[in-house]
Write a protein that binds this ligand. Structure first.
Ligand SMILES: [Zn+2]
Length: 80
């Protein structure tokens, strides 16, 4: 009986997570629609230009920086 209760609890947690991820992905789409088109930003680590929508945003000392990948973000943070 206890095992069954745990399984139900896990199912509820998974359902809530799924619902939240659907909600946040819908919110993300709304944001990209409002910020029109192909705004390019520069990755300060590898000097590559990437579409703002695809970039990884990171606030560093009040300044917002954009990175092409998590790897570049980590490398940049290690350098500074
Ligand atoms: Zn990069």
């Amino acid at each position: 009986m206890i095992v069954r209760a745990i399984i139900y609890l896990l199912l509820i947690i998974m359902a809530v997570r799924l619902f939240k991820s659907i909600k946040s992905s819908m919110g993300g789409k709304e944001n990209t629609a409002s910020t029109s088109g192909e705004e390019m930003v520069k990755d300060p680590n590898c000097d590559t230009y990437i579409p703002k929508a695809d970039a990884i945003k990171k606030k560093v000392g009040g300044e917002t920086l954009f990175f092409c990948s998590q790897k570049c973000l980590d490398e940049y943070r290690n350098k500074n």
